[in-house]
Write a protein that binds this ligand. Structure first.
Ligand code: HEM
Length: 392
């Protein structure tokens, strides 16, 4: 059963990028730290990765090799302040309460609860629901709410479009494993997408109540352009990752047979969510630039070099999906990163996955998967289609 799950996960990764499974599997041999031509330093050790992520003095995401460097080329130099400088600390401190577990649960219930209830009713009526599509629609709804993107048309299409825009933008980062320098035409394309995506942020930024993300940006003194940039980042960070985790966790529970136990013991739901995140690790790599010479695990890393942390490999070294695995002190929640850039939306992601699984569990019966399609050439590996129905 674990083998079936591994086979499908392998195909999810290989469709996203043919070299990805090779990198992530071979990455096991890098363990602590190894220098790889054209990539730089590579580690798949969870403790080394966390040590690097917790050392902002020597490692930065603003230099070549980090996402800050990537986005500064598209959004502007202010990114250097908000991404890693004092502005970042202020932003994280002041926005902390926006994304507590309780707030994330309420947000999910309010924004996607009715759509999940609809999907549950369809399943109970014997119809097939494409869980991969549903996941994209759900995250589209969450992002539209967070960024106050007005949606006038009824139905799912508007949210599919929002998701697709986030994905289009993220896809521009494809192929940056070797270098985060973007070609001028890529920057130009990204700027067009950003302006389309943030067309309504300016208005909302002026009027949004302080308890919303955009209202909080205004109160923090962020300028409109910065609020637009932050909105873009939330969209890029919070769409594909969450949709990937939702669909792949549903598949893993099915493929490992763990769904039967979960149906009998629903109190294991938080374990299922954690294991789903660990095994899928939707953002499979994290990059940093070395900001100042530093010795890590006996290796001298020089300023200007790059480090690639294979978090997927680090998290999966513990073994396959297992509801009994429990909390792993070495990995902790490395699927959300670590240190000062630990995922801001982690509670939202957990609440979204919980909502999806709860909907399936509420039908009271195991689910079947009627065929699958994998997304091709994407930054975040995922299913394109995962039609699910409830066993009679
Ligand atoms: C399963 C879903 C998700 C996964 C696996 C994930 C993973 C990550 C990881 C690994 C990082 C750290 C990147 C680094 O250190 O370079 C990160 C950062 C971030 N994530 Fe997530 N993420 C998820 C969902 C979300 C959601 C739903 C949102 C927003 C609603 C979000 C917003 C962010 C933001 C804003 C950052 C940047 C934080 C900072 O630099 O301080 N993420 N995420």
């Amino acid at each position: 059963m674990i083998d079936t799950a591994r086979r499908h996960e392998f195909r999810v990764l290989a469709s996203a990028h043919p070299k990805l499974p090779v990198l992530l599997t071979a990455g096991r041999f890098a363990r602590r730290l190894r220098r790889v031509p054209r990539i730089g330093w590579v580690t798949s050790d969870p403790l080394t990765a966390r040590r690097i992520l917790n050392d902002p003095e020597h490692f930065t995401l603003l230099g070549e090799g980090g996402v800050g460097h990537l986005w500064a080329q598209v959004l502007g130099d202010w990114v250097y302040e908000i991404f890693d400088g004092p502005g970042h600390h202020q932003l994280r401190t002041r926005t902390r309460d926006l994304f507590t577990d309780e707030n994330a649960r309420l947000l999910t219930e309010r924004v996607v609860g009715p759509r999940l209830a609809e999907a549950g009713a369809e399943l109970r009526a014997g119809r097939t629901v494409d869980i991969a599509d549903l996941a994209r629609v759900l995250v589209g709804r969450i992002v539209a709410d967070l960024l106050r993107i007005p949606v006038t048309e009824a139905g799912d299409d508007a949210y599919r479009k929002i998701f697709a825009t986030g994905e289009e933008l993220a896809s521009l980062a494809l192929g940056t494993t070797a270098s985060t320098h973007l070609a001028p035409e890529t920057i130009a394309r990204a700027k067009v997408i950003v302006s389309r995506l943030t067309a309504n942020v300016a208005g909302s930024w002026r009027t949004a109540p302080p308890e919303t993300v955009l209202g909080r940006c205004r109160e923090l003194g962020l300028e409109q352009q910065q609020a637009e940039g932050l909105a873009t980042l939330l969209m890029v960070a919070g769409t594909e990752t969450a949709a990937s985790a939702m669909a792949r966790t549903v598949a893993l529970l099915h493929d490992t047979g763990a769904q039967h136990r979960l149906l009998r013991e629903p109190e294991l739901l938080p374990d299922a969510v954690r294991e789903g995140l660990r095994v899928t690790t939707p953002a499979p790599l994290i990059g940093r630039a070395v900001a100042a010479d530093v010795t890590v695990d006996g290796r001298l890393l020089r300023a200007g070099e790059r480090v690639l942390m294979l978090t997927y490999t680090a998290n999966n070294a513990a073994g396959g999906f297992d509801l009994d695995r429990g909390y792993l002190p070495d990995q902790r929640q490395l699927w959300f990163g670590a240190g000062r850039h630990l995922c801001l939306g982690a509670p939202v992601a957990r609440a979204e996955i919980t909502g999806m699984l709860q909907t399936l569990l509420d039908t009271g019966r195991p689910w079947r998967i009627g065929g699958r399609a994998y997304r091709k050439r994407v930054l975040i590996p995922s299913y394109a289609a995962l039609p699910v129905s409830i066993a009679a």
